[in-house]
Design a protein. Structure first.
Ligand code: 2AM
Ligand code: CA
Length: 265
Protein backbone atom coordinates (compact mmCIF):
# COMPACT_ATOMS: atom_id res chain seq x y z
CA UNK A 1 0.00 0.00 0.00
CA UNK A 2 1.64 3.30 -1.09
CA UNK A 3 2.14 5.79 1.74
CA UNK A 4 2.52 9.58 1.74
CA UNK A 5 6.30 9.38 1.95
CA UNK A 6 6.39 7.40 -1.31
CA UNK A 7 4.30 10.05 -3.08
CA UNK A 8 6.67 12.74 -1.77
CA UNK A 9 9.36 10.88 -3.71
CA UNK A 10 7.17 10.95 -6.84
CA UNK A 11 6.60 14.72 -6.53
CA UNK A 12 10.37 15.22 -6.07
CA UNK A 13 10.96 13.20 -9.24
CA UNK A 14 8.38 15.30 -11.11
CA UNK A 15 10.12 18.50 -9.94
CA UNK A 16 13.39 17.19 -11.38
CA UNK A 17 11.59 16.60 -14.68
CA UNK A 18 10.24 20.17 -14.47
CA UNK A 19 13.87 21.40 -14.34
CA UNK A 20 14.42 19.63 -17.66
CA UNK A 21 11.47 21.55 -19.13
CA UNK A 22 12.86 24.84 -17.81
CA UNK A 23 16.26 24.06 -19.34
CA UNK A 24 14.75 23.88 -22.84
CA UNK A 25 14.72 27.04 -24.92
CA UNK A 26 14.03 27.50 -28.62
CA UNK A 27 13.10 23.80 -28.99
CA UNK A 28 11.89 24.70 -32.49
CA UNK A 29 15.45 25.51 -33.55
CA UNK A 30 17.03 22.35 -32.05
CA UNK A 31 17.76 20.04 -34.94
CA UNK A 32 15.85 16.74 -34.70
CA UNK A 33 14.08 17.77 -31.46
CA UNK A 34 10.52 17.65 -32.86
CA UNK A 35 8.58 14.83 -34.53
CA UNK A 36 5.11 15.02 -36.09
CA UNK A 37 2.49 12.50 -34.91
CA UNK A 38 -0.79 11.41 -36.58
CA UNK A 39 -3.31 14.20 -37.20
CA UNK A 40 -2.82 17.96 -37.67
CA UNK A 41 -0.49 20.03 -35.47
CA UNK A 42 0.22 17.01 -33.22
CA UNK A 43 3.84 17.00 -32.09
CA UNK A 44 6.25 15.21 -29.79
CA UNK A 45 9.66 16.53 -28.76
CA UNK A 46 12.75 14.76 -27.49
CA UNK A 47 11.92 16.28 -24.08
CA UNK A 48 8.54 14.47 -23.95
CA UNK A 49 10.41 11.19 -24.46
CA UNK A 50 13.27 11.93 -22.03
CA UNK A 51 10.83 13.02 -19.29
CA UNK A 52 8.53 10.04 -19.84
CA UNK A 53 11.47 7.61 -19.56
CA UNK A 54 12.79 9.36 -16.45
CA UNK A 55 9.35 9.25 -14.82
CA UNK A 56 8.77 5.57 -15.61
CA UNK A 57 12.20 4.43 -14.43
CA UNK A 58 12.04 6.66 -11.32
CA UNK A 59 8.52 5.50 -10.39
CA UNK A 60 9.55 1.84 -10.83
CA UNK A 61 12.27 2.41 -8.23
CA UNK A 62 9.62 3.67 -5.77
CA UNK A 63 6.81 1.25 -6.81
CA UNK A 64 8.35 -1.83 -8.49
CA UNK A 65 4.84 -3.25 -9.11
CA UNK A 66 3.59 -0.17 -11.04
CA UNK A 67 2.21 -0.45 -14.57
CA UNK A 68 1.97 2.47 -16.99
CA UNK A 69 -0.26 4.12 -19.57
CA UNK A 70 1.70 6.99 -21.11
CA UNK A 71 1.26 9.26 -24.11
CA UNK A 72 4.53 8.51 -25.87
CA UNK A 73 4.40 4.71 -25.79
CA UNK A 74 2.26 1.83 -27.06
CA UNK A 75 -0.61 1.26 -24.63
CA UNK A 76 -3.14 -1.49 -23.96
CA UNK A 77 -6.65 -0.75 -22.66
CA UNK A 78 -6.34 -4.04 -20.74
CA UNK A 79 -4.08 -2.19 -18.28
CA UNK A 80 -7.01 -0.06 -17.04
CA UNK A 81 -7.94 -2.40 -14.17
CA UNK A 82 -4.37 -2.95 -12.96
CA UNK A 83 -3.79 -2.96 -9.18
CA UNK A 84 -1.48 0.08 -9.47
CA UNK A 85 -1.56 2.05 -12.72
CA UNK A 86 0.28 5.32 -13.39
CA UNK A 87 -1.20 7.34 -16.29
CA UNK A 88 1.41 9.80 -17.52
CA UNK A 89 1.56 12.78 -19.82
CA UNK A 90 5.23 13.85 -19.70
CA UNK A 91 4.43 17.24 -21.24
CA UNK A 92 0.82 18.36 -21.54
CA UNK A 93 0.86 21.44 -23.73
CA UNK A 94 3.55 20.31 -26.17
CA UNK A 95 2.70 22.95 -28.77
CA UNK A 96 3.07 25.65 -26.07
CA UNK A 97 6.39 24.03 -25.09
CA UNK A 98 7.69 24.18 -28.66
CA UNK A 99 6.64 27.84 -28.92
CA UNK A 100 8.24 28.71 -25.55
CA UNK A 101 4.79 29.84 -24.31
CA UNK A 102 5.58 28.70 -20.73
CA UNK A 103 2.22 27.03 -20.23
CA UNK A 104 2.86 23.28 -20.11
CA UNK A 105 2.67 20.78 -17.25
CA UNK A 106 3.66 17.27 -16.23
CA UNK A 107 0.64 15.11 -15.39
CA UNK A 108 0.66 11.85 -13.38
CA UNK A 109 -2.60 10.15 -12.35
CA UNK A 110 -2.55 7.02 -10.20
CA UNK A 111 -5.37 4.46 -10.32
CA UNK A 112 -5.98 1.28 -8.35
CA UNK A 113 -8.14 -1.23 -10.23
CA UNK A 114 -9.59 1.63 -12.28
CA UNK A 115 -10.43 3.78 -9.23
CA UNK A 116 -8.84 7.25 -8.82
CA UNK A 117 -6.17 7.17 -6.11
CA UNK A 118 -3.65 10.01 -6.46
CA UNK A 119 -3.19 12.94 -8.90
CA UNK A 120 -0.20 15.21 -9.50
CA UNK A 121 0.02 18.08 -12.00
CA UNK A 122 3.16 20.24 -11.97
CA UNK A 123 3.61 23.56 -13.76
CA UNK A 124 7.38 24.23 -13.57
CA UNK A 125 7.08 27.79 -14.93
CA UNK A 126 5.08 28.91 -11.85
CA UNK A 127 6.49 26.18 -9.59
CA UNK A 128 2.91 25.08 -8.93
CA UNK A 129 2.46 21.51 -7.67
CA UNK A 130 -1.20 20.42 -7.65
CA UNK A 131 -1.80 17.19 -5.70
CA UNK A 132 -4.75 15.18 -4.45
CA UNK A 133 -5.35 11.83 -2.85
CA UNK A 134 -8.83 10.29 -3.16
CA UNK A 135 -10.87 11.22 -0.08
CA UNK A 136 -8.18 13.55 1.36
CA UNK A 137 -8.64 16.86 -0.47
CA UNK A 138 -6.77 18.76 -3.17
CA UNK A 139 -3.73 20.97 -2.62
CA UNK A 140 -1.63 23.56 -4.44
CA UNK A 141 1.91 23.69 -3.03
CA UNK A 142 0.56 22.19 0.19
CA UNK A 143 -2.36 24.63 0.61
CA UNK A 144 -5.90 23.26 0.39
CA UNK A 145 -7.77 24.37 -2.77
CA UNK A 146 -11.42 24.35 -3.77
CA UNK A 147 -13.55 25.24 -6.77
CA UNK A 148 -15.32 28.59 -7.19
CA UNK A 149 -18.90 29.45 -6.27
CA UNK A 150 -19.47 31.46 -9.46
CA UNK A 151 -22.70 31.27 -11.45
CA UNK A 152 -22.81 30.73 -15.23
CA UNK A 153 -23.04 34.48 -16.08
CA UNK A 154 -19.98 35.13 -13.83
CA UNK A 155 -18.00 32.16 -15.16
CA UNK A 156 -14.66 32.20 -16.96
CA UNK A 157 -14.74 29.10 -19.17
CA UNK A 158 -11.68 27.64 -20.88
CA UNK A 159 -11.85 25.28 -23.82
CA UNK A 160 -9.63 23.25 -26.12
CA UNK A 161 -9.89 23.25 -29.89
CA UNK A 162 -9.00 19.56 -30.53
CA UNK A 163 -6.56 20.91 -33.16
CA UNK A 164 -5.22 17.50 -34.23
CA UNK A 165 -8.59 16.41 -35.71
CA UNK A 166 -9.86 19.81 -36.81
CA UNK A 167 -11.57 18.51 -39.97
CA UNK A 168 -13.86 16.46 -37.73
CA UNK A 169 -14.30 18.76 -34.75
CA UNK A 170 -13.85 22.42 -35.77
CA UNK A 171 -17.54 23.13 -36.47
CA UNK A 172 -18.61 21.47 -33.20
CA UNK A 173 -15.91 23.20 -31.13
CA UNK A 174 -16.71 26.69 -32.33
CA UNK A 175 -20.48 26.25 -32.28
CA UNK A 176 -20.33 25.09 -28.63
CA UNK A 177 -17.84 27.84 -27.79
CA UNK A 178 -20.23 30.47 -29.17
CA UNK A 179 -23.22 29.08 -27.24
CA UNK A 180 -21.22 29.04 -23.99
CA UNK A 181 -19.68 32.46 -24.69
CA UNK A 182 -23.14 34.05 -25.03
CA UNK A 183 -23.98 32.95 -21.45
CA UNK A 184 -20.69 33.21 -19.50
CA UNK A 185 -18.34 36.09 -18.57
CA UNK A 186 -15.66 35.13 -21.13
CA UNK A 187 -13.71 32.29 -22.73
CA UNK A 188 -10.02 31.30 -22.38
CA UNK A 189 -7.71 28.87 -24.25
CA UNK A 190 -4.49 27.79 -22.50
CA UNK A 191 -3.29 24.87 -24.67
CA UNK A 192 -2.81 22.46 -21.75
CA UNK A 193 -5.81 20.35 -20.74
CA UNK A 194 -4.30 19.26 -17.42
CA UNK A 195 -3.56 22.86 -16.47
CA UNK A 196 -7.07 23.94 -17.49
CA UNK A 197 -8.58 21.28 -15.19
CA UNK A 198 -6.37 22.42 -12.28
CA UNK A 199 -7.37 26.05 -12.94
CA UNK A 200 -10.99 25.02 -12.35
CA UNK A 201 -9.93 23.02 -9.27
CA UNK A 202 -8.36 26.06 -7.61
CA UNK A 203 -11.20 28.44 -8.58
CA UNK A 204 -9.34 30.63 -11.07
CA UNK A 205 -11.68 29.51 -13.84
CA UNK A 206 -15.09 27.89 -13.50
CA UNK A 207 -15.31 25.31 -16.28
CA UNK A 208 -13.32 23.73 -19.12
CA UNK A 209 -14.41 21.65 -22.11
CA UNK A 210 -12.79 19.88 -25.08
CA UNK A 211 -14.41 17.63 -27.71
CA UNK A 212 -11.78 14.90 -27.45
CA UNK A 213 -9.18 14.18 -24.82
CA UNK A 214 -7.03 11.12 -24.13
CA UNK A 215 -6.82 9.52 -20.66
CA UNK A 216 -3.34 10.97 -20.00
CA UNK A 217 -4.68 14.49 -20.61
CA UNK A 218 -7.25 14.21 -17.78
CA UNK A 219 -6.16 11.26 -15.58
CA UNK A 220 -4.48 13.37 -12.87
CA UNK A 221 -6.56 16.54 -13.24
CA UNK A 222 -9.89 14.80 -12.68
CA UNK A 223 -8.72 13.45 -9.29
CA UNK A 224 -7.53 16.92 -8.22
CA UNK A 225 -10.77 18.49 -9.45
CA UNK A 226 -13.02 15.96 -7.69
CA UNK A 227 -11.13 16.48 -4.41
CA UNK A 228 -11.54 20.25 -4.83
CA UNK A 229 -15.33 19.86 -5.07
CA UNK A 230 -15.62 20.00 -8.87
CA UNK A 231 -17.43 17.77 -11.32
CA UNK A 232 -16.10 16.11 -14.42
CA UNK A 233 -18.01 14.08 -17.06
CA UNK A 234 -18.23 13.62 -20.79
CA UNK A 235 -20.59 15.88 -22.80
CA UNK A 236 -23.50 13.52 -22.01
CA UNK A 237 -22.91 13.78 -18.26
CA UNK A 238 -21.44 10.26 -18.10
CA UNK A 239 -18.53 9.22 -15.87
CA UNK A 240 -15.15 9.16 -17.67
CA UNK A 241 -13.16 5.95 -18.05
CA UNK A 242 -9.41 6.08 -17.43
CA UNK A 243 -8.75 3.84 -20.45
CA UNK A 244 -10.66 5.64 -23.23
CA UNK A 245 -10.53 8.91 -25.18
CA UNK A 246 -13.65 10.97 -24.54
CA UNK A 247 -15.33 14.33 -24.80
CA UNK A 248 -14.51 16.21 -21.60
CA UNK A 249 -16.39 18.73 -19.47
CA UNK A 250 -15.41 19.86 -15.98
CA UNK A 251 -16.78 22.61 -13.79
CA UNK A 252 -17.22 23.96 -10.28
CA UNK A 253 -20.24 21.54 -10.05
CA UNK A 254 -22.76 24.38 -9.67
CA UNK A 255 -22.91 25.16 -13.41
CA UNK A 256 -22.39 21.61 -14.74
CA UNK A 257 -26.01 20.81 -15.68
CA UNK A 258 -26.46 24.21 -17.29
CA UNK A 259 -23.27 23.65 -19.33
CA UNK A 260 -24.45 20.24 -20.55
CA UNK A 261 -27.80 21.65 -21.65
CA UNK A 262 -26.01 24.53 -23.41
CA UNK A 263 -23.70 22.10 -25.25
CA UNK A 264 -26.80 20.10 -26.34
CA UNK A 265 -28.84 23.13 -27.57
P1 2AM B 1 -0.50 17.46 -25.49
O1 2AM B 1 0.02 18.83 -25.45
O2 2AM B 1 0.05 16.56 -24.43
O3 2AM B 1 -0.41 16.83 -26.85
C1 2AM B 1 -4.84 20.77 -26.62
O4 2AM B 1 -6.10 21.00 -27.18
C2 2AM B 1 -4.91 19.66 -25.59
O5 2AM B 1 -5.23 18.42 -26.25
C3 2AM B 1 -3.57 19.43 -24.93
O6 2AM B 1 -3.76 19.06 -23.59
C4 2AM B 1 -2.97 18.31 -25.76
O7 2AM B 1 -2.06 17.51 -25.10
C5 2AM B 1 -4.18 17.48 -26.05
N1 2AM B 1 -3.96 16.63 -27.25
C6 2AM B 1 -3.06 16.78 -28.22
N2 2AM B 1 -3.14 15.81 -29.15
C7 2AM B 1 -4.16 15.02 -28.76
C8 2AM B 1 -4.78 13.85 -29.32
N3 2AM B 1 -4.36 13.30 -30.48
N4 2AM B 1 -5.81 13.30 -28.65
C9 2AM B 1 -6.26 13.85 -27.51
N5 2AM B 1 -5.70 14.96 -26.91
C10 2AM B 1 -4.67 15.53 -27.54
CA1 CA C 1 1.79 15.26 -24.07
Amino acid sequence: MPDEHEFDKVTALIKECGELMLSAHAVEKESGAIEIKAGTANFVTKYDKIIQNKLISGILQIFPEALFLAEEKENSAALADSPLLFIIDPIDGTTNFIHDMKCSVISVGVYKKGNPFFGIVYNPYFDEMFTAEAGRGAYLNGERISVSLRSFPEALVSFGTAPYYRDTYADGVFSIAKKVFMKCADLRRSGSAAYDICSVACGRTDAYFEMLLSPWDFAAGRIILAEAGGKCTDFDGKTLKCSEPSSFLCSNSLIHTHLISTIKE
